[in-house]
Design a protein around this ligand. Structure first.
Ligand SMILES: [Fe+2]
Length: 256
């Protein structure tokens, strides 16, 4: 059955749940999407200063992305902008939060036979933007590819679009596409303008777009069910939306 289509909501408007037990006891969770069948979920989790928890032996693999603050994961630095993949059954996933607290985007998968191994951690601040290799996408969009799952081909990546980047067609993917917008803006066809904190869980075959960003943007993305593949469709009335959006934000905004 899988998770229901969410497109899009403001992640920080989601109800704050103070956890008192389980792996997140003492933290505040904002559940963005969940699969009632498998228990897989995506949440924004806010940890108080000094929080510590051992996620060792957890039978679910999970990904995490640092949104705010400083922390360590398995003894390694894990600050804002760090990305981690934690295999199921690891014995080295103690998460320790620094003096300013921390906030994560946490993405937990279905339970599986524990695999063990160490968390894979990357500092995305230090990675360089690179070509995405997806034919047909208008020039200018760049990515930091964080992970490709060896078994199912799922991608995890950061994408950045320059100011004025525009795709005049709507997209369709055969996979789930999930995103949390980190900064900037993007007009998403008739669905409206996404901004920092906008979240979606887009099930396969949902038409979305066209797209125009005026300030540029950075977005955290995942696919589920395989790698990124795109087909495009024309959308009547798009030019009117472009014209209206451009009027909201002139190209040159001189200091007063
Ligand atoms: Fe898309």
């Amino acid at each position: 059955m899988g998770r229901q289509h969410i497109e899009f909501h403001q992640a920080y408007d989601v109800e704050q749940l103070q956890r008192t037990e389980g792996p997140l006891a003492g933290a505040v969770e904002q559940r963005q999407s969940e699969d009632a069948e498998t228990g897989a979920f995506t949440s924004i989790v806010t940890f108080p200063a000094g929080w510590q928890g051992a996620w060792n032996g957890y039978r679910r693999p999970f990904e995490l992305f640092g949104l705010r603050g400083t922390a360590t994961l398995g003894g390694e630095q894990f600050d804002a902008g760090f990305y981690g993949y934690v295999p199921s059954g690891t014995d080295s996933a103690t998460f320790s939060v620094g003096q300013d607290g921390a906030q994560l985007l946490l993405m937990v998968e279905a339970e599986e036979e524990p695999k063990g191994g160490r968390p894979e951690i990357q500092d995305t601040n230090e990675l360089k933007w690179a070509d995405h290799g997806v034919a047909g996408v208008p020039p200018g969009l760049v990515i930091k590819l964080l992970r490709v799952d060896a078994e199912n081909g799922d991608w995890t990546w950061l994408a950045a679009g320059p100011p004025g980047w525009q795709e005049d067609r709507a997209e369709i993917h055969p996979t789930v596409e999930e995103a949390l917008m980190l900064s900037g803006d993007i007009l998403l066809g008739h669905r409206g303008v996404m901004s920092a904190g906008s979240y979606f869980w887009r099930v396969p075959d949902i038409e979305h777009g066209p797209m125009l960003t005026l300030d540029g943007n950075v977005i955290f993305f995942r696919t589920k069910g395989g790698s990124m593949a795109v087909t495009w469709v024309e959308v009547p009335g798009w030019q009117k939306l472009v014209d209206d959006y451009r009027e909201l934000k002139p190209l040159y905004r001189a200091p007063a």
